[in-house]
Design a protein around this ligand. Structure first.
Ligand SMILES: *[C@@H]1O[C@H](CO)[C@@H](O)[C@H](O)[C@H]1NC(C)=O
Ligand SMILES: *[C@@H]1O[C@H](CO)[C@@H](O)[C@H](O)[C@H]1NC(C)=O
Ligand SMILES: *[C@@H]1O[C@H](CO)[C@@H](O)[C@H](O)[C@H]1NC(C)=O
Ligand SMILES: *[C@@H]1O[C@H](CO)[C@@H](O)[C@H](O)[C@H]1NC(C)=O
Ligand SMILES: *[C@@H]1O[C@H](CO)[C@@H](O)[C@H](O)[C@H]1NC(C)=O
Ligand SMILES: *[C@@H]1O[C@H](CO)[C@@H](O)[C@H](O)[C@H]1NC(C)=O
Ligand SMILES: *[C@@H]1O[C@H](CO)[C@@H](O)[C@H](O)[C@H]1NC(C)=O
Length: 650
């Protein structure tokens, strides 16, 4: 009896043990899937503030087991939410998909205090702000990715508390106001992307404390003031983009302060005749991409610029930099793109640039550089794009060696003082030339028939010269031509062929400027070829006579049409009203007769109209946009009346 009761109680005890063990086990399991109440509230509030989610991910957010919800991950020890991963751009399977979320970013996300990663990028329609207290609540955050939304407000001061933050990606939003100096406390930060916002004020000096940074991108904001003087402290930086701001002052010399000088440059085994200091490293010796274009930077380029030996792409375009282009640039052996256009650089182009054997693009237009053009540039065997336009370079002739550059496909030599006829040796480049700009020179003689061999060319600009020939018939072979600008020459004859260019792609010709020449015929060919792509057509200041062709209405894409200053007679074709993309229509100074057709009221996009100094009569059709133009639009005609002119008599 006693023993049986012992057995029973023993069995009961074992049973109780078993039950309590499995209960404990199952509680552990549940703990993993059920949420901490704060996390649950954070996620539910997030979901509640999203009005629509085309990805369907938030639909899975039901019940309380948040760790299994789409886009949510939990720490496998604490069970707390550590990752909120809902990027709008989803690559599932092989078809990438752009999804949207409309709504606002709930500040409750800061309840999820164990968050390490937040990715709410490219949801496109997400509004709201970064919660001001974020830095106090999310101490574990390593990555904050919110780019490609409609977020606004400022970058909160508290952000500086996020001492584990490695990546801050807030680009392509509408953030504004100045950058907090607390950014300088983000000791772990490696990538800071704030571009394409409306941040203003100065770049905080404290940013130079971020010595682990690899990438700093602040382009396309409204930042003012100087580039921080100690920017060179960012010695691991690979990418610095401050372009499209309003930064002023000089480029700090700290970017290329020497830190390490190898003795190798004393090595007399250097038999290759190269410049003997490529092993000197500058301060930011890891810098590969430097983009400072479209600012107001002034002063000289530091002469030690060439010590930034990792540089691959440099753009300093459109600033107010002056002084010489440093000779040391020739040491940048990895450089593939160098854009210096739109500054005030003077002196000569250094011959050392000939050492940049990787160079693909060199643009130094719109400076004050002088000849001679160093012959060493003929060593640039990889060069594809060369723009020397508008300097004080007086070339007189196109250097023949230039055409020998095997990779050159885009040549810009506008305003380079080139005289005489277009040289035959230009044919050397005929099979590879894509862009040729010889505008604003003193070219005379003819457009050679061999131009028809430039079968790759998509942009040809011979404007503002003194060319006297007709347009060669071979021009119809230029199947890739997109831009043809030959305005302001003394060209004669017909423009027939232009409208019969055998476009390789239907309607690829989009820009045609034949204005200010002595052309007399061919206007009747408008609308007869594959012209659906034409956006800009300027035939003004020529000697065209006869009627405006009725097929002109087929130019569905034309937004600028200028036939002014010719001898066109007859009436305005009603079909012109079908060219409904028109924004600028210039027909002044012709002998156009008849009425303005009522159908012109369909030209809804018209912003500029000039029909003055013709022989037009009758009532100006009443309504937008025609009635809204100034009187000068209609002045000097034979008998126009009605708004905006004086009322008609009867
Ligand atoms: C828990 O998470 C850590 C870090 O995320 C991971 O390395 C580990 O393998 C996980 N353990 C289990 C049991 O899933
Ligand atoms: C920078 O500004 C220029 C000129 O205003 C503009 O054409 C260009 O698209 C801008 N670049 C970027 C990346 O926003
Ligand atoms: C360019 O520099 C010259 C002197 O070197 C100066 O006279 C001129 O004003 C400068 N132009 C601009 C646009 O800064
Ligand atoms: C350019 O050079 C040519 C020939 O050397 C010379 O005749 C011409 O006057 C020069 N033009 C200018 C503006 O210096
Ligand atoms: C052709 O060159 C002229 C003069 O340099 C310039 O004003 C014009 O904009 C250029 N045309 C095109 C289409 O770029
Ligand atoms: C230009 O094309 C013509 C025929 O269209 C051909 O006879 C001539 O050899 C070509 N010239 C060059 C330099 O390719
Ligand atoms: C057409 O060309 C003329 C002369 O070259 C120029 O004055 C006019 O502004 C141009 N028209 C348009 C619409 O660009």
């Amino acid at each position: 009896m006693g023993s049986s009761s012992y057995l029973v109680s023993r069995a009961l005890w074992v049973y109780v043990m078993l039950v309590s063990v499995s209960a404990a086990e199952s509680r552990i399991l549940l703990d993993k899937e059920e949420c901490h109440l704060d996390d649950l509230k954070g996620l539910k509030d997030f979901k509640a503030s999203i009005k629509s989610d085309t990805s369907g991910r938030l639909e899975t957010w039901t019940g309380e087991r948040c760790c299994i919800w789409d886009g949510v991950s939990c720490d496998n020890k604490t069970g707390r939410v550590n990752k909120l991963y809902l990027p709008g751009f989803i690559t599932s399977g092989d078809a990438p998909d752009q999804t949207y979320m409309e709504g606002w970013l709930s500040p409750s996300i800061t309840l999820m205090v164990s968050l390490e990663v937040i990715d709410l990028s490219a949801l496109s329609h997400l509004t709201g702000q970064i919660p001001p207290q974020i830095g106090f609540h999310l101490p574990k955050l390593r990555e904050l990715t919110l780019f490609g939304n409609r977020l606004s407000g400022s970058l909160p001061e508290s952000i500086g508390k996020l001492s584990n933050l490695e990546g801050l990606y807030l680009h392509e939003n509408s953030f504004s106001r100045s950058l907090p100096s607390s950014l300088g406390s983000l000791k772990s930060l490696r990538r800071l992307y704030l571009h394409t916002n409306q941040f203003s004020g100065a770049i905080p000096e404290s940013i130079t404390n971020l010595t682990n940074m690899l990438s700093l991108d602040l382009h396309q904001n409204s930042l003012t003031g100087n580039i921080p003087a100690d920017i060179g402290n960012l010695q691991f930086l690979e990418e610095l983009d401050l372009s499209n701001n309003s930064l002023s002052g000089t480029i700090p010399s700290s970017i290329c302060k020497l830190t390490f000088i190898s003795t190798m440059y004393l090595n007399t085994n250097n038999l290759e005749g190269e410049i003997p200091f490529p092993t000197i490293a500058g301060q930011m010796s890891a810098l590969k991409f430097l983009r400072l274009q479209n600012n107001r930077l002034s002063g000289r380029l530091p002469s030690a610029f060439g010590f930034l030996t990792s540089l691959q792409r440099v753009s300093l375009s459109n600033n107010q930099l002056e002084g010489p282009i440093p000779y040391s640039l020739g040491t940048l052996r990895s450089l593939s793109e160098l854009y210096l256009d739109g500054n005030n650089f003077s002196g000569q182009i250094p011959s050392s640039l000939g050492h940049l054997s990787q160079l693909l693009a060199l643009t130094i237009s719109n400076n004050m550089l002088q000849e001679p053009l160093p012959h060493e540039l003929s060593l640039l065997l990889n060069l594809q794009i060369l723009d020397l336009s508008f300097n004080d370079i007086n070339l007189s002739v196109i250097p023949e060696w230039l055409l020998g550059l095997p990779s050159l496909s885009q040549i810009y030599l506008a305003g380079c003082g080139i005289r005489g006829e277009i040289p035959d040796y230009l044919q050397k480049a005929s099979s590879s030339l894509q862009v040729l700009d010889l505008s604003e020179n003193h070219l005379t003689g003819e457009i050679p028939t061999w131009f028809g061999n430039l079968t790759q060319i998509w942009s040809l600009n011979l404007s503002r010269n003194s060319l006297t020939s007709t347009i060669p018939k071979t021009i119809t072979n230029l199947g890739s031509l997109t831009v043809l600008d030959i305005h302001s020459n003394k060209l004669t004859g017909t423009i027939n062929e232009v409208f019969h260019i055998q476009s390789r792609f239907e309607g690829s010709l989009t820009y045609i400027d034949l204005s200010d020449n002595r052309f007399t015929s061919g206007i009747e060919q408008i609308g007869r070829g594959s012209q659906t792509g034409i956006q800009y057509l300027n035939l003004s200041h020529n000697h065209f006579n006869g009627r405006i062709p009725t097929l002109i209405g087929k130019l569905k894409s034309v937004d600028s049409l200028d036939l002014s200053y010719n001898e066109l007679s007859s009436q305005l074709p009603i079909s012109l009203a079908n060219a409904h993309s028109l924004e600028r229509l210039k027909l002044q100074k012709n002998q156009i007769t008849g009425n303005i057709p009522n159908q012109f009221l369909n030209l809804r996009r018209l912003k500029e109209l000039d029909v003055s100094d013709n022989l037009l009569v009758g009532r100006i059709p009443l309504g937008k946009p025609l009635s809204d133009f100034p009187r000068s639009t209609y002045s000097g005609n034979k008998g126009l009346c009605g708004k905006p002119l004086d009322p008609c008599m009867s």
